[in-house]
Structures are given as C-alpha cells and as structure tokens.
Design a protein around this ligand. Structure first.
Ligand code: GLY
Ligand code: MN
Ligand code: MN
Length: 492
C-alpha cells in the first residue's frame, strides 16, 4: 500500500522513496497526462459531514472553552507570537505510522482532538496585545494552519498514501474547521513564509511556554469535567468486558492478552483509543509495576491487576485500576493485602479537599502502608520512624506515587512547576488519581510466604469539589464483597 508518485504533495517523502529504490515491488499509478485527466474527473464532492470532521461530534462546544484558554495564553505572553505545533505522524517501521495523536497543548488550545490533521500549527499572535491589564488579550489574533482538503483532480488525492484522501479518507477544508472551531484558518503551505517574517516568536521549546500551558490544565473547566465523566463511563464498560472475559482467560496460556483485548475493544468502540498501554498482570506479574507485555496465563486462584483507561475522541482519558480474583472470589491472604490497600485509598479520600497540599495525599497513603507493613513485621524500624523522609522503608513494598493529575494526558500537567503541582494546594476542578498499592514480589525474601506473588493496586479518578472529592470511578466497585457480587452479576 505505498505509492511514491506524489512529489508535489510530499516532495521529501517522494524523493526519498524514489531514491531508495526502490519500491520496485510496489505498484505505481501511471503518470501519463491521459491517466491524470481520467482519474481526476467525474467525482462528486464529499458530504460536509464526511470523515474526519464527523469524528468529533462536540467540536463547537470544545471550541468555546478553547477560545478562553487561548485568551489566557495571549495575556500571559503579550508581546509575543506563540506557536503551538500539533506534531507530525510518527513512523512505526518503514512506511507504516502510529495512529496520529496531536500534542495535548494543541488539543487543549484548539479543541481539536482525534481528527486533528498531522502537522497542524496554532498561532496565537499577541504581539500587538498591549499591557493594559485584563483586556490586553482581546487584541491577539489566532490562526490555525493545517493541510486542507484538496480537489479530486490532484495527484495528492489519489497518489499520496500518507495524506491523499483516496488513501486516508476525507480531510476538512479551511471553512469547515474555521466554522467548527471558531478560529481563522490558513493552509499550512503558507506557514513557512508566515513564520519566517515574524518576530518575537516563542513555542513549546521555551520552558515558560511549556510550563504555562501545562499549568493551564491543572484546574479543569466544565467541558473537561464532562469529558472526564464520559472517559470514565467508557472505561467502566471496558472493565465490564474484562470481567466477562475472565472465564475464557482463566487457564488460557495467554490469559492476560484476552483481558487486555477485552478492554481494548471498549476503548475503540466507545472512545478513540487507550489513554496508555493496558497493564493486565496476573498472579506475580502484578508485582511488576508497568507489566505491559501481558503474555502470561491467568490462573484461577490468582488475582489479575488491570490498569487501563479509555481515551475519548476529545483525547481526555481515564486511568483506573482494579485487582480482581480470576476465579471470582478472593483468598484469605489476598483479602488481607487488599483491605490494607483499600484502607490506604480510603484514608486519602478522607483528607482530600481544597486547601491541602497535593503531596499530603501520598503522605496519607504512606502512613497506612507504613503502619501495616510494620505490624506484619516487615520493617526493621517502627512505622513512625519509617515515615521520616530519609527512611521510608515501607516504600520497598510500594515504590510508586499515590496520585497524579489526569486529563488530556494520563500523567497530566507534568511540566507544571513543582510549587504548582506537588507542592501546590488542591483546588476545586482538579482531577487526579488515588492509587495506592502493595506488591510482594515472588523473589522478595522479606515478603511473608502467604503474600508472595500478590500485587494489588486500587486506582480511582477523583474530582475536587468545594468540600472534598467526588469519586468519578464510583461505578466500579472497590470493596471485596461488592467486587465479588459485581463479577457474579456480569458472569451470570
Ligand atoms: N496507568 C499509569 C498510572 O497509573 O499512573
Ligand atoms: Mn495512574
Ligand atoms: Mn493507572
């Protein structure tokens, strides 16, 4: 499925392909004038709702919020022209690419998500914006450069496998996107000339820009909160698929893959994709924190830790973990560990409210983990001593953090300054995870025999309210009795 005739649309790629040989074993479309005239004629125009535009049903709604976010960028960087690039397609191998996903800052500031055209660029021109306080941003001009649809009579249309609409489907035109996103649009072909004549240009390569657009996402707006609820709802469907697949997975040599793909079907049917690669870790694999190989068996009697999240077309993602008994029933030892992790999570839920420091979330979970690992006799020091910053011996059994922001990225706002994130305070509208765990690696000589090979994490997504947090993932049971009942009801 490759053809290298598209020099005018993608000259570099076409030259490279020609130079390399070398696609001699691939068919090429004829280049004669007669053929070009024949293939270029007698086509109907696509319906305006076709393809890429139709993929994202709530673009207009997203656009209203994106305009407010752009105004904040313009205000912060008055006097500058800010360039936010969506990014290019990434090669997987040879002439195949990964599914395209724009930079999260681009999606946030345009509202354009999964249907973003590769190589698009947003320009927020705040050079004329004065410094007259809050109104200054009104003078900024925003322009979205992208590669618009081309006519059927072009070689690009039929001969360019990377971007030609005959190959990849309909692309929107400048008017459609301008109308949907409420922003001026221009052909990306004009961008080089435009930017080479511009002064005071800054982009995501500038630390201040990267920090600011990351911090802009710390408190979610109404649109983002609604999208997060939908991402969670789609992920709940994914976990229901997982539970239904467990009887098939049990005893299968690649039971973990059966679980992984059961979740994936929900991601593609109800959303755009996964927000990150699924962890489907059965038995001792659950002690490997980022076990994404998922090629192990799922044995009855073991647990399976499933950490997965659906990303919507708007690109907002959930991040959820449940640790389920493959047989449907937890053993005594599994219950003992599970209930400690649940206690740690519940302790975090109890303290989380506006005004507390983000880092207190982790400290709260750690106090519970320290208390129980000490009581089990696993620490050479007391729980209190272990809580000292330079001790933290209990971390042997939970080396990861307890919470991270969540939104367009699974680890959202990761470029925010420390004083705004880890050392910052919770504010209404923030969305983050609560995800304590305990992991007794099978090779860990300190792990009690009855716990060896047990790894448990419980991960919920929460929204900070005026008085505390709302558990967005409450539809997925967390308590042992509730999980067992839920599994029974789905497996019938
Ligand atoms: N799924 C990655 C995490 O929980 O942070
Ligand atoms: Mn997480
Ligand atoms: Mn996770």
């Amino acid at each position: 499925m490759n053809d290298a005739n598209s020099k005018d649309a993608n000259p570099a790629a076409a030259d490279k392909a020609e130079f390399e040989g070398r696609n001699n074993n691939r068919s090429r479309t004829p280049t004669s004038e007669e053929f070009l005239a024949f293939i270029g004629g007698q086509w109907n125009d696509p319906a305006p709702s076709a393809g890429a535009v139709a993929l994202e049903p709530n673009l207009r709604e997203a656009a209203k919020f994106a305009a407010e976010r752009r105004a904040k960028v313009a205000q912060r960087f008055a006097g500058h022209l800010v360039v936010i690039a969506a990014g290019a397609l990434k090669t997987r191998s040879n002439d195949t690419e990964y599914r395209y996903r724009p930079h999260s800052a681009f999606a946030h500031l345009t509202g354009w998500g999964s249907a973003t055209q590769p190589d698009s660029v947003l320009v927020i021109d705040a050079r004329e914006a004065g410094v007259q306080g809050d109104e200054s941003h009104r003078q900024a001009t925003c322009t979205l450069f992208f590669r618009p649809s081309v006519g059927h009579g072009t070689k690009e249309f039929f001969a360019n496998p990377t971007i030609g609409e005959f190959w990849v489907g309909h692309r929107p035109n400048l008017e459609q996107i301008s109308d949907l996103l409420g922003i001026n649009t221009r052909d990306i072909a004009d961008f080089e000339t435009f930017i080479s004549g511009a002064d005071n240009v800054i982009d995501l390569g500038f630390e201040e820009v990267l920090e600011f657009v990351s911090e802009l996402r710390l408190v979610k707006d109404e649109f983002e909160i609604a999208e997060m609820r939908k991402a969670v709802a789609a992920s709940v469907k994914g976990f229901e698929n997982v539970v239904r697949a467990l009887p098939t997975a049990a005893g299968h040599a690649r039971g973990e893959r059966i679980v992984e793909t059961a979740f994936f079907s929900a991601a593609r049917v109800h959303g755009n994709d996964l927000g990150y690669d699924t962890i489907a870790a059965a038995g001792p694999n659950a002690c490997i924190l980022h076990w994404e190989v998922n090629n192990g068996p799922a044995n009855r009697g073991d647990l399976i830790l499933v950490d997965a999240g659906v990303e919507l077309d708007s690109l907002y993602t959930a991040d959820v973990t449940r640790t389920l008994p493959i047989s449907g029933t937890y053993s005594e030892a599994q219950r003992e560990v599970y209930n400690v992790v649940l206690e740690a999570a519940d302790a975090v839920f109890a303290v989380a409210k506006p005004g507390i420091k983000f880092r207190e979330l982790h400290a709260t979970a750690m106090a519970v983990i320290a208390k129980h690992t000490a009581a089990w006799g696993l620490l050479p020091i007391s729980a209190e001593e272990s809580m000292q910053p330079d001790k933290q011996f209990h971390r042997r059994f939970m080396v990861h953090g307890t919470s991270h922001h969540l939104g367009l990225d699974v680890h959202d706002c990761s470029q925010a300054r420390r004083e705004m994130s880890l050392d910052g305070e919770l504010k209404p509208g923030m969305i983050f995870t609560i995800e304590p765990g305990l992991y007794f690696h099978p090779n860990d000589q300190l792990a009690p025999d009855r716990f060896q090979g047990i790894g448990i994490r419980i991960e919920d997504d929460v929204l900070v309210t005026e008085t505390g947090v709302e558990n967005l993932t409450a539809a997925l049971p967390r308590k042992i009795e509730d999980i067992e009942k839920w599994m029974l009801s789905l497996q019938g």
